[in-house]
Structures are given as structure tokens and as C-alpha cells.
Design a protein around this ligand. Structure first.
Ligand SMILES: Cc1ncc(COP(=O)(O)O)c(C=O)c1O
Length: 476
């Protein structure tokens, strides 16, 4: 069989032969192939830089998959493969794929107009629903991505306090802008001492001074956090954080961490900025702040707030929004408050409001059941897989040989114990059996997932784990 290169740069990693070969393991009754996705990826690389529109999508093995349609918890690709989807548009699809009511709301709005760059009743209706759901959301402003909202929140915090620095935690992701990426995923040999983590940035081409305007702290160490704030007392405008560290191993805050952040912000007149891009509405109507019981000054909302459309919101206490009200900081955007996104958001928030009784309990239960099944299956096949998280979102860490079991506590702990190549190997088999988790090991459950979806996941998981256990060879 001929070997066709994906792209000169990546040909060493992926061959056509590798993708189309039929597996012969008896446990595998229906191997997935990706020939059509492969063809499209080759074609895409001729017109789209790198063949994908977000760098992380290149991580998908054996090839970035091209999808045709989705419904509920299921997703289909151009090769006709059907997936039970736990990637869910990187968590944005809290309501599952293509819910009928959302499609109708979008269709109706599209017939009235797709864009006005002006006011509409819809934007008030969406703002009022956010106010109703999240107690700290006294006022809101809209954007089209959480990355933009992070920029707005940090600008607001610096303007409000007149201070230059922002404190953020190692391994927390706040979008792909210059500021949001400081201290995200630093390599172990450069992450600096435990008590003074370095302000590393994973991207070239940023404004060189940006990292110097950040103080980086380790997650889940209140004493260390107090020390970091003391060191820069009077210079820090805000502490920004993911309330549950979903972007690294799904790590919940330890006892007293959120109280410590709140106390420090009050004592030092800093703003507490909760980045609820993932947790907002997923962790219930009031997001992680309702689920965990805290009150932030500013909140970043993305993903679920737009039901899968490019929509995000800055929400906050009225006194901290003053600089926007007065026009003293610039907050703008041609597509802010776009009526299509607003129609989707209104439908999404109404859906949350209608399901307040069982949400998030129902998806937490489903997720916890899936976590237990993954753990049991891993044990049967002697695979050191460690699921961690509340359930409605969780992460599977693949422990390195000899790494101790037990909860992952922070970013450094995760890097020390996670066997990324081995997880990528298992994840690929899961994909080839029609179970789709996020490349980095994150799993989301939607409100559209059913017991039946979970039941059908189990035999697929069993086959994937068996194949992984049979074929995995640690690099020499
Ligand atoms: C916690 C968090 N903040 C911000 C962002 C950036 O969101 P967006 O991709 O909409 O810009 C993400 C994206 O995954 C996120 O997880």
C-alpha cells in the first residue's frame, strides 16, 4: 500500500497506510477508518495554515477528523463513523449536538437578520437571564470569545485599581491572548522554584513586557498564595483563576483556597476574577460560584452561555463595571451582541432555567458513573488510568511507571505523574472505537447524554482498553 504524506512537516507522524489498515484483533468487530478525513486534511493543508483553525486540533490522532453532523450525544464524520461524544465542542455543547429548540431559535433569528451591530430586545433578555442566574452578575457586557472577555476583565481591573500586575495560577488557561497564556503549561525544566514560579509564555511573538506584568502562583497552596500577594502588596490589580482547574487535570480547589482568594482580594483591594468559561452554567445555573459557594467581583462566561455559537460575556458587580459605563476603558466589537448568538444564548439560558431541579445533579451522576466504568475497565486491563473531577467534567490522567496513585493536586504534580504519550495511545483507540474524549484527557457530559449512551460506551471502551493494553510499548 502506498504511503501518502499528510504534509511534509507531519509525514513522520502519520501515514495513509497507518490510517487505513484494518485491525485484526478479534475483540474489534468494527474498526473505524479515516480515509475521507485524511483526504480532506491533505486538501485543507493547501489552503489553511497547518490544515486546522486552532492549533490544538492538530493533536488529534490518527488525523484531524472532519465531521458532518451531530445529534444529542452523537457525532458523525465524513467516513461515516459514529462517535459518542465527550469532547462536546471543547465543552461548549452543554445541551448536546443540534438540539431542536436551538436550531429553531437560530432559524427564526436568521430570517429576521443575522447582524445589526446595534441594540436589540434580545440583548436585554439575555442580560436579564444572566442576572437572574448568577447573583454576582449585576451588570454584563458581551463579546464573541472568552479570550476577548479575559482581555476586558484584566483591563477593567487595572483601570479600577490603578495597579499594573495580575496574579494568576500555574496551569490555568485564560484564552490564547498574550495575557491569558502567561504561566500556562510551562515545561518542567523552566518552571522555576516552588515558591516563585516563573512567568513563562508558550508563544513567540508576544509583547515582551506582558509576562513581566504577571505574578504566577501555584494552585492549591493557600500559604504560598498569601506569600506571593505579600511580596507584591499594593501592586496587584486582580487574582484570576479557574474555580475548578479544568484545563489541567480537573483539580478542585482545596479547602480554604477560595476563601483565601476572597480574603486577600478584600484585604488588598484587588478584584477576584472567576474565569467560568468552562464551569459557567455547566456547574448549575449559578456556575461554579453557586456550586462551590463564593462571590467573585468579575466573571468570565463562554462556551455554554452561547450554546455553541461564538458568544461570551463579562459579568460583574456594578461598582467594578464603572470604567466601562463611563467609557474610561475601551470595550468594543463589531459583532458584540450579535443577534444570532443572542438567540442561541437566550434559548440556552431558558433551557438551564427549565432544568434547574435536575441540573447539574443529573450530568454529575452520569459522569461519575462513566468515571467508575473507566476506572474498573482500566483495572481489568492493568492500565494506570486515574479519572479525576466532579463528573459533569473530569480528566483522565495516565500515570507514569512508578508514579504514586491518588488525587493530582496542582500543575507540577500533574506533569510529574502524567504519561502523555501513553494517554494519546489509548485516546486514539477510544476514538477508533467511537468514543471521543478531548486530546488532553478531558471529558465532558452534556444534558443530552442518556443512560443508553453510557451503556453503549462501555463495550467500546472495553475494546479500546484491550487493544491499548496489547499494543502499548513504552518508548525505550
Ligand atoms: C477557562 C478558559 N478561559 C478562557 C478560554 C478561552 O475561550 P475562547 O476559546 O472562547 O476564547 C477557555 C477556552 O477553552 C477556557 O477554558
Amino acid at each position: 500500500m502506498a504511503t501518502v504524506k499528510v504534509h511534509p512537516k507531519y509525514s513522520a507522524a502519520i501515514t495513509f497506510q497507518e490510517i487505513t489498515q484494518t485491525r485484526t484483533h478479534p475483540a474489534c468487530f468494527m474498526p473505524y477508518t479515516f480515509a475521507e478525513s485524511q483526504k480532506l486534511f491533505i486538501r485543507a493543508a493547501r489552503s489553511i495554515a497547518g490544515g486546522v483553525n486552532s492549533g490544538i486540533r492538530k493533536l488529534e490522532l490518527p488525523v484531524p477528523v472532519y465531521f458532518t453532523h451531530g445529534r444529542g450525544a452523537r457525532l458523525w464524520d465524513v467516513d461515516g463513523n459514529e462517535y459518542i461524544d465527550y469532547q462536546l465542542g471543547q465543552g461548549a455543547l452543554l445541551y448536546g449536538h443540534a438540539p431542536a429548540g436551538l436550531a429553531a431559535a437560530l432559524g427564526e433569528q436568521a430570517r429576521r437578520g443575522t447582524h445589526w451591530a446595534a441594540q436589540s430586545l434580545l440583548e436585554i433578555e439575555v442580560a436579564e437571564r444572566i442576572q437572574k442566574l448568577i447573583p454576582s452578575a449585576e451588570l454584563v457586557r458581551f463579546n464573541n470569545s472568552a479570550t476577548e472577555v479575559v482581555g476586558a476583565a484584566l483591563r477593567l481591573a487595572r483601570a479600577h485599581t490603578g495597579r499594573p500586575l495580575i496574579l494568576k495560577f500555574e496551569g490555568h488557561y485564560h484564552g490564547w491572548g498574550d495575557e491569558g497564556l502567561v504561566g500556562f503549561a510551562p515545561p518542567a525544566d523552566r518552571w522555576g522554584p516552588d515558591d516563585t514560579p516563573s512567568q513563562l509564555h508558550p508563544s513567540q511573538g508576544i509583547i515582551p513586557e506582558v509576562p513581566t506584568k504577571f505574578v504566577v502562583a501555584r494552585w492549591n497552596d493557600p500559604a504560598h498564595l498569601r506569600q506571593r500577594v505579600k511580596q507584591y502588596s499594593g501592586q496587584i490589580a486582580a487574582i484570576i483563576f479557574e474555580p475548578v482547574l479544568c484545563n489541567t487535570s480537573c483539580i478542585a480547589p482545596c479547602a480554604s483556597l477560595l476563601e483565601t482568594i476572597r480574603d486577600l482580594c478584600d484585604q488588598e483591594s484587588m478584584l477576584m476574577i472567576a474565569d467560568e468559561t468552562i464551569t459557567g452554567f455547566r456547574f448549575g445555573g449559578a456556575g461554579a460560584q453557586g456550586y462551590l459557594g463564593f462571590s467573585s467581583d468579575l466573571t468570565i462566561l463562554g462556551k455554554a452561555v452561547g450554546g455553541g455559537t461564538p458568544f461570551a460575556a463579562l459579568a460583574g458587580k456594578a461598582r467594578f463595571m464603572e470604567k466601562i459605563i463611563k467609557g474610561e476603558i475601551v470595550h468594543a466589537g463589531t459583532l458584540n451582541g450579535n443577534p444570532l448568538c443572542l438567540a442561541a444564548s437566550k434559548w440556552s439560558l431558558d433551557y438551564v432555567l427549565e432544568h434547574m431541579k435536575e441540573h447539574p445533579g443529573r450530568i454529575n451522576k452520569l459522569g461519575q458513573s462513566l468515571m467508575r466504568s473507566l476506572e474498573d475497565c482500566a483495572r481489568r486491563h492493568h492500565i494506570p488510568l486515574h479519572p479525576q473531577g466532579p463528573g459533569l467534567v473530569f480528566h483522565t490522567t495516565m500515570l507514569k511507571p512508578g508514579a504514586p496513585p491518588g488525587p493530582i493536586n496542582d500543575y507540577r504534580d500533574y506533569v510529574r505523574r502524567h504519561d502523555a504519550p501513553r494517554w494519546a495511545h489509548l485516546r486514539r483507540y477510544l476514538l477508533e472505537e467511537g468514543v471521543r474524549a478531548i486530546e488532553r484527557g478531558l471529558w465532558f457530559v452534556s444534558m443530552a447524554h442518556t443512560d443508553q449512551d453510557l451503556a453503549e460506551t462501555l463495550p467500546r471502551m472495553e475494546r479500546a482498553f484491550a487493544l491499548h493494553a496489547q499494543t502499548w510499548q513504552a518508548p525505550a
